[in-house]
Design a binder for this molecule. Structure first.
Ligand code: PLP
Length: 338
């Protein structure tokens, strides 16, 4: 990577963008046993928690002179991180090439094709049935092919962790006050690494619960086909090792869908699949660990909105098929999607 003198006009532009950000809301959800608050990360400018890592990674790389006006940012993402990078790169006047795969939601792909001059789509699965390794190989080829390229590497970039340490956690602490429990969905691990470190500095007794999907290998479970993006992974992300995790809750996709239905029906929240997983984890955890006289104060992260899930989580036919497959005995072959 070429290190040059930092571009002052880009630094100034990132400062302008940063100054305009207001933070995301924290809303109370009624519950019989706990005082639950949801941090609505889907209220970020591009609609997900990935705004946090995308902007922080870009502004830090610009500050170090690793990104200038002629740099092309290249990243493997089929979802929210690509959308966030596409937005901030456009705002900054920098090229961005997302490397996506056929699991990319149609609306997301259309938006990426509108915001990016070039979109790379890999179509061959690796031996585990996932596209992830082939997407990452394509990123490496592009880094060689392009004259001046920058790879954010969201699975290992400490600036992703720092984004959540400084901003998501900073806001949560100011908005929520003391917390007994924090539930966070895990994909690359950046969110939980940053949040858990800052929360435990402020509230050392707060129990951090990592929420993962059935079929993800992050916490050592066997791989299995997964359909809900964002949460879970077919690799163990390096950032996960930097998180301070007390408990892990593994949630099935059928249960995540059910919890999305509850969030909509009870609170009017139209949330993404992983938010359903995280809320399901809160419910399931306290069904097993009944609180005593003290009502615990519980926060969870709502990572994205339901719109990208209209043809899946919110489509009755899709849900019926998911339930039918879940009822079948485990197949011989298992696949993972991310
Ligand atoms: C849509 C979405 N975005 C982000 C995350 C968490 O992100 P990460 O672990 O990659 O920081 C999740 C995890 O639940 C998610 O589902």
């Amino acid at each position: 990577m070429l290190h040059r003198r930092a571009d002052q006009s880009l630094i100034e532009r990132t400062r302008q963008i940063r100054r305009g950000l207001m933070g995301t809301p924290l809303i109370p959800l009624t519950d019989e046993q706990c005082d639950i608050v949801a941090k609505l990360e889907f209220c970020n400018p591009t609609g997900s928690s990935k705004d946090r890592s995308a902007l922080r990674i870009l502004e830090q790389a610009i500050g170090r002179g690793e990104i200038a006006h002629d740099t092309t940012v290249v990243e493997s993402s089929s979802g929210n991180f690509a959308l966030a990078l596409a937005f901030y790169c456009r705002m900054l006047g920098i090229s961005f090439v997302p490397v996506i795969d056929p699991n990319c939601n149609e609306a997301t792909e259309a938006q990426l094709r509108l915001l990016c001059d070039r979109v790379e789509k890999v179509s061959i699965r690796d031996v585990t049935g996932s596209y992830l390794k082939n997407r990452l190989s394509r990123v490496q080829e592009l880094l060689v092919e392009l004259d001046s390229a920058y790879w954010p590497n969201q699975y290992a970039n400490p600036d992703a962790r720092e984004a959540h340490y400084h901003f998501t956690a900073g806001e949560l602490i100011a908005q929520a006050g003391p917390l007994d429990y924090l539930f966070v969905g895990v994909g690359t691990g950046g969110t939980i690494a940053g949040l858990s470190r800052r929360i435990k500095e402020t509230y050392p007794d707060c129990v951090v619960v990592a929420v993962d999907a059935e079929g993800s290998v992050i916490f050592g479970g066997p791989p299995k086909e997964r359909r809900i993006p964002g949460i879970g992974s077919s690799i163990v992300p390096p950032l996960c090792g930097q998180a301070l995790i007390d408990q892990v809750e593994i949630v099935s996709e059928a249960r995540a869908v059910e919890a999305c239905g509850v969030l909509a029906a009870k609170f009017g929240l139209y949330a993404g699949g992983s938010t359903g997983s995280t809320y399901a984890a809160v419910q399931d955890y306290f069904a097993r660990h009944r609180p005593g006289a003290h009502r615990p104060r519980v926060a969870f992260i709502a990572a994205d909105r339901g719109h990208a899930y209209a043809q899946t989580v919110y489509d009755p036919t899709w849900v019926q098929q998911l339930r039918a497959e879940a009822a079948q005995p485990a197949g011989v072959e298992t696949l993972a999607v991310n």
